[in-house]
Each structure stands twice: as C-alpha cells, then as structure tokens.
Design a protein around this ligand. Structure first.
Ligand code: ATP
Ligand code: MG
Length: 292
C-alpha cells in the first residue's frame, strides 16, 4: 500500500469555476521510504499541493479529491486529528530557515518544543536527550554546547539543519520538503542534499521533495513528477526521466541543466506552444507516465 496517495486533487482559489484551477486533477503516489521529486516552474502548483497535504491552505481554497496517508483520507480528518499527524507522522521543511525559526528562542528549546507538542509525557531529561540526538543526526557541531545558542548565531546552512532536526525529531514517516535548499549557496545546498539522503536511509523516511530545479531533484529523488500550470505532464523513475524524457516540456527542463559541455551561446530549449496540459494521461511504458 502506498504511504501517500493523492487522487484527483483539484485546488481552486476564489468562487470562479471558469478560472483554471491552481491544481487540476493531480494524481501522485509515494511508497514508504521512497523519495518523490515534484518539479515545475514558478506558479505550477507545487507549494499549494504540499500545503493541501498538510491541510495548511488558507480557507479561501476549495479542495476536492482525496489525499490518503497510510490509508486515511487527510481531507476528511477532524482538525484535532490532523494536528496530531502534522509535525509528527508528517513533517515539513520549507525554503526560508530564518522565518521558520523564532529569533528570540534558544535553538535547543525550539527543537524541544517540537518534541513536547507530540510527546508530552517525556521527562525534561528525555526531551533534552532527544534534542541532542536530533542535533547529532543532522550533524550540527557540538550539540550540547550549541543548545543554548540563538538562530542568528548559526550560518544559513546550519539553520536549515536545525529545521531538519525539528522535522525529524518525532521520527516522521513522511517528510515534505518544499525548496529546502533554494535559499542556500551551491556548496551548502549539496551538503544539505547529502544530509537528506543520509537521514532518509537512516530513518526509512519517505519524502515529497519539491523544487523548480530538476538538477536538484535528481540528486535525491527515486521518482520524478513534472508539473506545469497545475497539471502533471510526466512521471517516471529518475533514470527513466533522464534516459528517455517523453514530454517536450521535460526535455526542455533537462536541456536547461548546465553541464560541462553546455554551449552557452545556444539559447535554452524553447517551450512548445500552449495547450500542452490538455492531453490524456497514459502509461507509455511500465511506470512511465506522460500526457499528450
Ligand atoms: N492563497 C492564495 N490565493 C490565491 N491564489 C493562490 C494562493 N496561493 C497560491 N495561489 C496560486 O496558485 C498557483 C500555484 O501556486 P504555488 O505557490 O503552488 O506555485 P509553486 O509551484 O510553488 O511556485 P514557486 O516555484 O514560485 O514556489 C499560483 O497561480 C498562485 O498564484
Ligand atoms: Mg512554491
């Protein structure tokens, strides 16, 4: 059974049904321990999809379809049950480490808080041990000494490690990472991607990894889904997407990845004209889906 199964997810903002939806009949599924990369240009509906899974969309959003996590439809859950899942079985990390951290609270206390919310019966000592363990898991140097430091005393990459520590502290089964490395410089970005790959093995984490950058996604994902204008255009294993991209849009994304051989005089691959979101969704080869 898939861990996460999104079926016919449609998300609209505002009352106008004639307007194209932000997400249009999206189908995605994620096996336990698997990493699914969701790629698409700005505005393609990646973030609203992840917010829908967490039930964090603002009330103006109209959501239909189903989002099953471990067999339970999250869209039907009572708010209280959803709060228990969020940050516990399903954790998340976002792009901006600084805005997600409280600037006036010690980082050890912030991680402790994330643990206490879901495990209120742990003693102070147990919570502290769990905090140090989480800090160690994300390779923050000298956890015991840095426990009492504030966010501004850390580098950007270290702050993202702190947020990842908060996310994994309750041993989630699913981690949703929305552009987790976009705000970081390339070297630090590579270190964080390595860390996510390590944690994924260590904890058997499944991940929904979102990025506008196919090159980044391909470093962590087992399967890659490409979306545009709220519609899925192609989905296949990482190897297959690169070996035999079937959709012109996917080929454009791959062509835009700079390589050592990139001829910088060549213009980026041009996108096909509009209307590419209208075709039928078919399985061209086993496990390789494409629209058109
Ligand atoms: N609260 C909202 N009210 C109205 N429209 C919204 C709201 N949130 C998102 N949208 C719209 O939904 C569409 C998808 O937005 P989304 O944030 O998911 O894009 P994205 O793929 O994450 O892009 P980016 O790469 O820039 O983060 C956009 O057209 C956006 O304007
Ligand atoms: Mg986004």
């Amino acid at each position: 059974m898939p861990l996460l199964s999104i079926r016919d997810l449609t998300i609209r903002f505002g009352p106008d049904d004639a307007k194209p939806p932000a997400v249009d009949r999206l189908n995605l599924s994620l096996e336990p321990g698997q990493v699914l990369g969701l790629v698409g240009e700005s505005g393609s509906g990646k973030s609203v999809t992840s917010l829908a899974v967490l039930r964090l969309l603002d009330p103006s959003a109209r959501v239909t379809g189903s989002i099953e996590f471990d067999g339970t439809d999250l869209l039907q859950l009572k708010p209280e049950a959803m709060r228990r899942l969020r940050g516990c079985d399903i954790a998340m990390i976002f792009q901006e480490p600084m805005t997600a951290l409280n600037p006036v609270m010690k980082i050890g206390e912030q991680i402790a808080e994330a643990i206490r919310v879901h495990q209120p019966r742990l003693s102070r000592k147990q919570v502290r041990a769990a905090v140090l363990e989480a800090m160690e898991a994300v390779a923050l140097p000298e956890p015991a000494r840095r426990y009492g430091d504030y966010p501004h005393q850390f580098s950007g990459g270290q702050r993202q490690r702190i947020l990842i520590a908060m996310a994994i502290a309750n041993r989630p089964r699913l981690l949703i990472a929305d552009e987790p490395t976009t705000a970081l410089d390339v070297t630090v970005q590579a270190q964080i991607l390595d860390l996510l790959a390590t944690l994924r093995k260590q904890f058997g984490l499944a991940m929904l990894f979102i990025s506008h950058d196919l090159a980044v996604v391909s470093q962590v994902a087992d399967r890659v889904a490409v979306m545009r204008h709220g519609v899925l255009l192609e989905e296949a294993s990482r190897e297959e997407i690169f070996r035999q991209p079937l959709h012109a849009y996917t080929r454009g994304l791959i062509g835009a990845i700079p390589t050592m051989e990139t001829d910088r005089e060549q213009p980026l691959a041009t996108l096909p004209p509009g209307g590419i979101e209208a075709g039928a969704w078919t399985e061209a080869q086993p496990g390789h889906w494409v629209r058109g």
